[in-house]
Design a protein around this ligand. Structure first.
Ligand SMILES: [Zn+2]
Ligand SMILES: [Zn+2]
Length: 342
């Protein structure tokens, strides 16, 4: 279980109640009037967070989680705050944990809902989505088997209960994705798309490549909130599909917008200061790996030296994930520099 951080300075309400019997997969937190962060509760595999924006006669949701049943569960939770239909579902990027629930929206709101993304994200999902799904279908049975092996060895009751629950969740996930329909966005844009509804303005922006080649942020200028997907969130960055040096520049572009609260794709709602922390991690990572290469260090040596150099500043602010993820981040940048990408 991840321990929820206390968010200093942010105005957050307690979780909203859900109807009896519904799965509470999200902690719905009010960030501004009519603007909510749906913070995903720990699941196996993960769900991403969503941002929920209540408009004059509709609702806009940012990101759709790892599977339709999760999106359906969020729709049930949205029903506790408004009966307006969801007319806009935004995909921040093409990763499975943000788009695989898309299909739930046209099912729940037939012919009423647009699934919106950058053109690059639609293209990524169109060309890579099916392959990524196939990878999950191939790898999930092995993950279940590994958990079952752990369960066979576990001796204390709490660990057994946790593993049993995780195995059940993984099996349930595998069954669901066997028949998953990947639903592509049906409304795309290159740089920006502005939605005017009543007195609310939602500005969807592609500010440049970063976590992927198509990251979208949803900015509410009046409410001073931004939803950022995995371009900026409360966990350690996953860099597998990223453009690290451009990512820093994209976050600098984001820094020019006015906002106070960040609803990231994972982790808790963050204050604006987190942008600088997260941006500096990426910049310092690149500089440190470059320095290690200039000193002639091998990848393994760089993993040790760069990790040690970054740890004092970043270990504390990455949701306890620094040690587990920094090696992969170092490797990504090392390989990119080796290929003279920047
Ligand atoms: Zn992602
Ligand atoms: Zn994600």
């Amino acid at each position: 279980m991840r321990v929820r951080e206390v968010l200093a300075g942010a105005l957050l309400c307690a979780a909203t109640a859900v109807p009896a019997g519904a799965q509470q997969l999200f902690d719905l937190q009010k960030v501004a009037d009519g603007v909510y962060a749906a913070v995903a509760t720990p699941r196996s595999p993960i769900n991403c967070n969503a941002a929920v924006v209540v408009l004059d006669d509709a609702v806009l949701v940012v990101d759709t989680h790892s599977r339709p049943s999760s999106a359906k569960a969020l729709i049930a939770q949205i029903r506790t705050i408004t009966d307006k239909p969801v007319r806009y579902a935004v995909n921040t990027h093409f990763h499975w944990d943000h788009v695989q629930g898309n299909h739930a929206y046209p099912v729940a709101f037939p012919k009423q809902v647009a699934i919106i993304a950058s053109e690059a994200t639609r293209e990524n999902l169109r060309t890579l989505g099916a392959g990524r799904l196939k990878d999950q279908l191939a790898s999930t049975p092995g993950q279940i088997a590994a958990l079952e092996a752990q369960l066979a060895k576990a001796t204390d009751a709490a660990a057994q209960a946790r593993l049993k629950d995780e195995i059940a969740q993984q099996k349930d996930y595998l069954e669901e994705i066997k028949s998953l329909e990947l639903t592509l966005p049906d409304l795309t844009f290159d740089k920006s798309l502005i939605i005017y509804r009543g007195d609310r303005r939602v500005v969807l922006l592609f500010l440049g490549r970063g976590h992927t080649s198509g990251d979208v942020v949803a900015w509410l200028p009046k409410e001073r909130v931004v939803a950022t997907g995995d371009l900026l969130h409360g966990w350690m960055p996953f860099m597998g599909d990223s453009y690290p040096s451009e990512w820093v520049a994209t976050l600098d572009a984001l820094d020019k917008l006015e906002f106070d609260h960040i609803i990231g794709g994972h982790g808790t709602v963050k204050p604006r200061a987190h942008l600088t922390f997260f941006r500096n991690y990426l910049a310092d990572l690149i500089a440190a790996v470059r320095g290690a290469r200039d000193r002639g260090e091998t990848l393994d040596q760089a993993k040790v030296s760069v990790s040690a150099a970054l740890k004092p500043k970043y270990d504390g602010g990455m949701n306890g994930e620094f040690a587990g993820s920094v090696g992969a981040n170092i490797e990504k940048v090392y390989r990119d520099l080796e290929a003279k990408k920047y």
